[in-house]
Design a protein around this ligand. Structure first.
Ligand SMILES: NC(=O)C1=CN([C@@H]2O[C@H](COP(=O)(O)OP(=O)(O)OC[C@H]3O[C@@H](n4cnc5c(N)ncnc54)[C@H](OP(=O)(O)O)[C@@H]3O)[C@@H](O)[C@H]2O)C=CC1
Ligand SMILES: O=C(O)CCC(=O)C(=O)O
Ligand SMILES: [Mg+2]
Length: 728
């Protein structure tokens, strides 16, 4: 039997699900549409590793490889080590018998536990489900709404000192080497040192036509670069901010983050580094983890004072939360580049300092592969003023991501090199495909990009260019080894499609960004066709500038096997929103992404199950979402306005009215007429009931493991609305 699988995830999207899913289930049931749920939260994934829950992620991953797949995927937490530890503690406190996270495992049981936790760490969900490439764009209704209700993109100050610092040499971008496999093969990766040869990885299966690349970040050069940027920030008297993707790049980026912590606090590590290491307080987990672990040390107070002194004397750090003293270097997952850089640009190039005041910043993005994109946008905004959401064009994205493409699939092939030597990628005949001289501490990694996903991506790009008439720009850099291989493929596959009359170009990322922004200013649209990392960056960058948030994006993943994965928005799980709910019973999460995802999911269901009623639901929802936008029913940001729950009520009202009014399915119209009337008659009462609860703390019984009853009570507080749905 066909089903739509709606995922339970974490944080704000999970809270929203407690309110929205009961509506969807009630409406779907009337149309005979089957909805199932699967819990893929961090907590559920931890329990699954220890046999205490079903492995729903593995199940969905297998489903994604079949034509039957129809999955609505909400954003989930990609946990850093500190988040993982917090989730483990909460589960233990709630009675689950699971081990602590072993920071440095030294027996088999600990090694086994660590391997299990590593499967939950970082971006562990998306790469499993994304068995297709991505099509992310602002629906026309959303773009029009943004034009008539423009948010503010602040101007950069006169003489703004905000700029991006990046290495440009000795980094991943500049050391990259790449080959395309002539035939199926099995590769191995070895490290040759003075002491002999160690196998870093073997049994690495590759397919004919697959692009394999490898590169290294020189640790000494990285440290020199970081030290230089710290001096630069100090000299320029700007806030120091580091922007990484420690969640998706879960092996390399926490190491880079750790280097930054060590370089910033060089004197402290010089003096107390051994004490910290002995106490397993790793800089890779951030200053926050170190500070909270210091209490257990005999000289903890002394070390803490040393950190505080260094903070006072170093360049001013940017703060994630000035009130709580959380710096940019506290938690590797607090500042995530895709969201953090556009938020900074939208804010006139300013971040927040220790006292909560705003200031210009030196945005440090060590690897230079993609840093130029942000610099290009900053240069444009500095020269031409802020982008005006009322008039600018749009930059949708077609992103290569299937089958763990490129950097985001590199984790099992990323190594912090223990000793100087040579790393080689060997084929099964023992021939060297790629080799690098490496130094101790260098970060070496290899990436894979399979051919079928590239073919599918080119096809998707041509399809979008044809559907919109907009130019499609492949953001590929001739100067980069990997990109040169991809460019050859693009040139080989484009002629397989009808590109007559289409404007298709290939440009290096920074130039493509500059062109896209220039066109945008003229109100022109430009499709960005990118690899996996730029897919991630661009689908926060442009939506945040155009719409104020990426939550309003349509994010479809046509699965290569024929199924559908419908992601909700292009942003994350908004931890700040949970804090606000707990403090004042107000949830400002905008569920437009969920509404948009559900429309194509229902359409897919109609096709998969040959169920015309599902198409009627989809069409009605599409129109209801239009009304929702026109009537401005998205949550406000402040107490006393319609929040997430109220926005769901209005969607339910408009959806029921559309269903009652349509003539394609008379039985459905009849079924929905009384509900539509009840909701309309009680609109004021329900809206008031939903606002009346706001303003006091709310108890949801946990953070990573919610209490379902308490959360339901919080998220469904309107007795009138609940009765109407129950009676339906
Ligand atoms: N697809 C996925 O599964 C993704 C998961 N993540 C994960 O989410 C977590 C948080 O990541 P972070 O980088 O902070 O990014 P988020 O997108 O979660 O948050 C950034 C800010 O964006 C705004 N925002 C995001 N979504 C919405 C929404 N639906 N409605 C209203 N505002 C929204 C909020 O800002 P404000 O209210 O101030 O406007 C929010 O504080 C991490 O664990 C990360 O790994 C991140 C990206 C995608
Ligand atoms: O998987 C993740 O951690 C984040 C995904 C993300 O940011 C994106 O796909 O845009
Ligand atoms: Mg992203």
């Amino acid at each position: 039997m066909s089903s739509i699988i709606y995922t339970h995830t974490d944080e704000a999207p999970l809270l929203a699900t407690y309110s929205f899913l009961p509506i969807v289930e009630a409406y779907a049931a009337k149309a005979g549409v089957n909805i199932e749920t699967r819990d893929i939260s961090v907590a559920a994934r931890i329990l699954a590793q220890f046999g205490l829950a079903d492995d729903t992620l593995a199940e969905l991953g297998a489903l994604a490889k079949t034509p039957e797949a129809n999955i609505v995927k909400l954003p989930n937490v990609s946990a850093s080590v500190s988040q993982l530890k917090a989730a483990i503690k909460e589960l233990q406190d709630k009675g689950f018998d699971i081990p602590n996270y072993p920071e440095s495992p030294d027996n088999d049981a600990e090694r086994e536990a660590r391997a299990k936790y590593d499967k939950v760490k970082g971006s562990a969900v998306n790469p499993v489900l994304r068995e297709g490439n991505s099509d992310r764009r602002a629906p026309a209704s959303v773009k029009n709404y943004a034009k008539t209700h423009p948010h503010t993109n602040k101007p950069f100050g006169e003489g703004s000192k905000t700029t991006v610092a990046t290495m440009g040499e000795h980094d991943f971008a500049s050391n990259e080497k790449s080959v395309t496999m002539p035939a199926d093969d099995t590769l191995s990766i070895v490290l040759e040192t003075a002491d002999g040869t160690t196998t870093l990885k073997d049994g690495l299966a590759v397919l004919a036509g697959e692009i394999v690349d490898a590169t290294r970040m020189d640790a000494a050069a990285l440290n020199a670069f970081l030290a230089k940027t710290i001096e630069q920030a100090k000299a320029d008297d700007v806030l120091y901010s580091l922007h990484l993707k420690a969640t998706m790049m879960k092996v390399s980026d926490p190491i880079i983050f750790g280097h930054a912590v060590k370089v910033y606090f060089a004197d402290v590590f010089e003096k107390y580094g051994d004490d910290l290491a002995a106490a397993e307080l790793s800089p890779n987990d951030g200053l926050g983890g170190i500070m909270s672990g210091l209490d257990a040390l005999a000289n903890g107070a002394e070390i803490k004072a040393a950190f505080e002194e260094a903070l006072a004397n170093g360049p001013r750090l940017s703060y994630v939360n000035s009130d709580k003293g959380i710096t940019n270097l506290h938690v590797p997952s607090d500042v995530i580049i895709d969201a953090s850089m556009p938020a900074m640009i939208r804010n006139g190039g300013k971040l927040w300092g220790v006292d909560g005041g705003e200031d210009d910043t030196l945005a440090v993005i060590p690897d230079s592969s993609y840093a130029g994109v942000f610099q290009a946008v900053i240069d444009d905004v500095k020269a031409n003023g802020p982008l005006d959401p009322a008039t600018i064009g749009t930059v949708p994205n077609v992103g290569l991501m299937a089958q763990a493409a490129e950097e985001y699939g590199s984790h099992d092939k990323t190594f912090e090199i223990p000793a100087a030597g040579t790393v080689k990628v060997l084929n099964s005949a023992g021939e060297t495909l790629i080799e690098h001289e490496v130094g101790a501490g260098d970060i070496w990694r290899a990436c894979q990009t399979k051919d079928v996903p590239v073919q599918d991506w080119v096809k998707l790009a041509v399809g979008r260019a044809r559907a919109t008439g907009s130019p499609a720009v492949f953001w590929l850099n001739e100067e980069r080894a990997h990109d040169r291989q991809v460019i050859e493929k693009v040139k080989a596959y484009l002629p397989e499609h009808d590109t007559d009359g289409l404007d298709i170009r290939i440009m290096a990322p920074a130039a493509a960004a500059a062109l896209s922004v220039e066109r945008m200013r003229k109100g022109e649209d430009t499709i960005s066709v990118t690899g996996n990392v730029l897919r991630d960056y661009n689908t926060d960058l442009f939506p945040i500038l155009e719409l104020g948030t990426s939550a309003k994006m349509l994010s479809v993943v046509p699965l290569i096997a024929g199924g559908g994965l419908f992601e909700t928005g292009a942003g994350g799980s908004a931890p700040k929103h949970v804090q606000q709910l707990v403090e004042e019973d107000y949830l400002r999460w905008d569920s437009l992404g969920e509404f948009f995802a559900l429309v194509p999911s229902l359409e897919k269901y109609a096709e998969q199950a040959d169920a015309p009623a599902a198409q009627v639901l989809a069409d009605a929802l599409d129109r209801a979402t239009g009304t929702f936008l026109n009537e401005d029913r998205s949550p406000g940001r402040k107490l006393g306005t319609t929040d997430n729950r109220g926005s769901h009520f209005y969607l339910a009202l408009y959806w029921a009215e559309e269903l009652a009014a349509q003539t394609d399915d008379a039985a459905l119209a009849e079924a929905f007429a009384p509900l539509a009337k009840t909701l309309r008659d009680n609109e004021t009462v329900i809206a008031e009931e939903l606002i009346a609860v706001q303003g006091k703390p709310a108890d949801i019984g946990g953070y990573y493991v919610l209490d379902p009853e308490k959360t339901t009570a919080v998220m469904r507080p309107s007795a009138t609305f609940n009765e109407a749905l129950a009676a339906f």
